[in-house]
Design a protein around this ligand. Structure first.
Ligand SMILES: [Mn+2]
Length: 313
């Protein structure tokens, strides 16, 4: 951490990159870090391959997030919440490769690709680590605290997942002391869904197939079309597959353009779905992983049924 603080003190222009399809933790961490550094008088530029989804594009500071060609001469590059450098997608092409990279992440599989690596797998989220960094170098305020809180809230599934620790709750508590209104943030993130998303959820839940201790559901292009929805409207649907009594693992298959199939896997009670994702070239955590493959939906359903059956029994 001291090396990072030295690097911050000695430089002025910081590029802040995170992974493709950014989530609440990556976006919350990026915006909080940018606001903290700007408060110290530094210049920052947030760059991601993909724009934020609707849920996160509504943030007041979402305009800080850039995509596409970079217009910035960075001195230092932060890469947040990305276990491998490939996770940042095309943002990598914009990096000045002569500049030092500070890699900050909480994934156990992090490949430590940075010049400096702060990898803390016992932390719930990257935001929890950014809190530790910022609280040492700048006076936090309600706005910075709110973005950090969003990161922790989303990565812990509102403090429900096993990564919810005494430490993550302590950090959340400190953020509330800075003025975060927990109920407002929850409402903003989770209780402002567009009606089409809830209709689509109904359709997707109809597709669920329950086995002894795992479940599989899917979203086809037609299901999306019928509700005038996009794949981003299916975010978090996977968790319903795991919310059923006795279920220890679940999968959701999302049909994409061009015959591609995106699969998200979730598990609990010590079941590991990371290796299953890896079999298809994907990755993630033990309890949350995913992959993209090409093929036939029915065939993949059958394959996953057999493989999940083996994992949970
Ligand atoms: Mn994260």
């Amino acid at each position: 951490m001291k090396k990072v603080i030295d690097m911050i003190n000695k430089n002025n222009k910081f590029l802040i990159i995170s992974h493709t399809n950014p989530d609440g933790d990556s976006i919350g961490s990026q915006i909080a870090l940018a606001l903290g550094l700007e408060k110290m008088g530094k210049e920052t530029y947030i760059l991601n391959q993909d724009p934020p989804t609707n849920r996160y594009a509504r943030f007041n500071r979402a305009e800080l997030i850039h995509t596409g060609k970079k217009e910035f001469d960075e001195e230092v590059i932060f890469i947040l919440d990305s276990a491998e450098i490939d996770r940042i997608g095309s943002a990598r092409d914009e990096m000045d490769l002569t500049k030092p990279v500070i890699n900050i992440d909480h994934h156990i599989s992090n490949e430590k690709f940075g010049s400096i690596n702060i990898v803390k797998p016992n932390h719930s989220s990257t935001a929890e680590i950014i809190y530790e960094l910022l609280s040492r170098i700048v006076e936090l305020d309600k706005e910075i605290a709110t973005y950090l809180y969003i990161g922790i809230l989303t990565d812990t599934g509102s403090f429900r997942y096993p990564n919810t620790t005494s430490h993550s709750l302590k950090v959340a508590s400190k953020l509330v002391d800075y003025g975060v209104v927990a109920s407002q943030v929850s409402e903003f993130i989770w209780f402002t869904d567009p009606p089409k998303r809830i209709k689509l959820l109904g359709d997707v839940l109809q597709s669920i197939k329950l086995y002894d201790n795992f479940s599989i559901m899917y979203v086809t292009r037609n299901m999306l079309k019928r509700r005038n929805a996009k794949e981003e409207d299916t975010e978090e649907f996977v968790n319903y597959g795991l919310s059923i009594e006795g279920i220890k693992a679940c999968a959701i298959i999302k049909e994409r353009e061009g015959g591609k199939l995106k699969v998200s896997l979730r598990s609990k009670n010590g079941i590991n779905v990371q290796n299953l994702a890896a079999e298809y070239g994907g990755g993630g955590h033990k309890t949350a992983s995913g992959f993209v493959t090409v093929g036939d939906l029915e065939k993949l359903k059958k394959e996953l049924t057999e493989k999940l059956d083996r994992i949970v029994s």
